[in-house]
Design a protein around this ligand. Structure first.
Ligand SMILES: Nc1ncnc2c1ncn2[C@@H]1O[C@H](COP(=O)(O)OP(=O)(O)OP(=O)(O)O)[C@@H](O)[C@H]1O
Ligand SMILES: [Mg+2]
Length: 359
């Protein structure tokens, strides 16, 4: 059977090439006749290689999906669906809107025209905007509160010191020492709540050197049961950033992973470039993606939405400030931290812009 259709030429080809919607043409047996460039991008396969391949080899929707497609062809009935999760090969699932239209081409039997637009990009942008604005709001509340606590705390400590000098019985100093000790503990907590107040001193920074520095720092702290995998992309250019702050961020995330692994497991550092990527409102030509992955128990679902807020912790001895500070340091660099977690795989992704393009 000849599966080739007439080559699509001229301005029609031009239109299809420039659509951001993936377009597929399927024959009666649901094999690909044509895939436009947005489709090639989505499925990670060229039009040439896709030709003749069954749709079920490219994507999986639901067990009855093929039946519905056949029905659509037979009854000449279009189908539209919103926010459907489709699985593309291993591990990759995306949310899409799709539209199926049975059509007749001049020299062909009936074919199915399938349009797929990925919702993930829209969902991600909306989610990031929400995250950034919520972060800003809570950060302001926390900073305001920390300031209010800081001032009387200084007075309290000073008064306890004066009192200590006046005490007739040295045995009573035990109590003033408790006041001073607790005031100091509160002071350092409040200082962490206020967060770093120095402006980042940005200079040309090599992300891999910073990651290696973090790895060496923690290597001394971890037990023998924890392994590091390194998956660096050496072609990545340097970025303008404050290396000390980046190290602090990656140290916070790595220490959390070590705590979660409880002495046994793997931590992976992975770096990749991302082209044409949006962080919040800003579109960037090139973004550096750094993943810190562990195979620990994962973050409980109810905690996942909140871990970037200050004072949210799942550990008895934690203050819950590590990730909120990390997020604000990365925001200061125009970037963002995201998390995806399930039992056995937790991924913290740090996005940092490398080149900026105004749109
Ligand atoms: N890789 C991870 N695996 C499982 N849970 C994690 C992981 N990273 C973070 N968490 C959870 O997120 C919580 C918040 O982390 P965060 O670093 O903000 O605070 P903390 O580690 O509890 O305290 P601090 O960092 O201030 O000492 C942790 O208490 C832990 O429950
Ligand atoms: Mg922490």
């Amino acid at each position: 059977m000849n599966r080739k259709i007439q080559p699509i030429e001229g301005f029609q080809r031009n239109i299809l090439d420039n659509l951001s919607t993936a377009v597929l043409l399927l024959d009666k047996s649901l094999c690909v006749l044509y895939l436009n460039p947005a489709g090639e991008n989505l499925f990670h396969i060229s039009n040439k290689r896709a030709a003749g391949i069954g749709l079920d080899k490219l994507m999986f929707v639901a067990p009855d999906f093929a039946d519905r497609l056949h029905q659509s062809l037979e009854n000449a009935q279009p189908i539209a669906e919103h926010q459907v999760s489709i699985r593309l090969g291993h591990e990759r699932s995306i949310t899409v809107d799709y539209m199926l239209s049975p059509i007749q081409l001049a020299d062909q039997n009936d074919v199915l025209l399938m349009e797929i637009s990925s919702m993930d990009r829209h969902i991600r942008i909306a989610r990031e905007e929400k995250l950034l604005s919520e972060q800003n709001a809570t950060r302001n509340v926390i900073r305001g509160m920390a300031h209010e606590i800081k001032n009387p705390l200084g007075g309290l400590r000073g008064a306890a010191q004066l009192l200590e000098r006046e005490l007739p019985d040295a045995g009573l100093q035990e109590y003033t020492q408790i006041i001073i000790g607790e005031a100091d503990r509160l002071q350092s907590l409040v200082d962490r709540m206020l967060g770093p107040n120095n402006v980042p001193r940005k200079r040309s920074t090599n992300i891999h050197q910073a990651l290696e520095h973090v790895r060496q720092l923690v290597q001394a702290e971890v037990s023998e049961g924890i392994y590091f995998n390194l998956d660096y992309d050496p072609s990545l250019p340097e970025l303008m950033a404050d290396p000390d702050l980046l190290i602090q961020v990656m140290l916070n995330i790595t220490r959390n992973a070590i705590a979660a692994l409880e002495g046994n497991g793997e931590i992976t550092y992975r770096t990749r470039p991302q082209r044409h990527f949006t962080i919040g409102h800003q579109h960037h030509k090139l973004v550096l993606q750094t993943d810190i992955i562990d195979n620990g128990p994962g973050i409980p679902e109810d905690l996942q939405q909140q871990i970037f807020y200050p004072m949210v912790t799942g550990r008895a001895e934690g203050t819950g400030l590590g990730l909120s500070i990390a997020q604000s340091l990365i925001n200061q660099h125009g970037g963002l931290i995201e998390v995806h977690s399930q039992p056995g795989r937790t991924v913290f992704t740090i996005y940092l812009p490398l080149e900026t393009m105004d749109v």
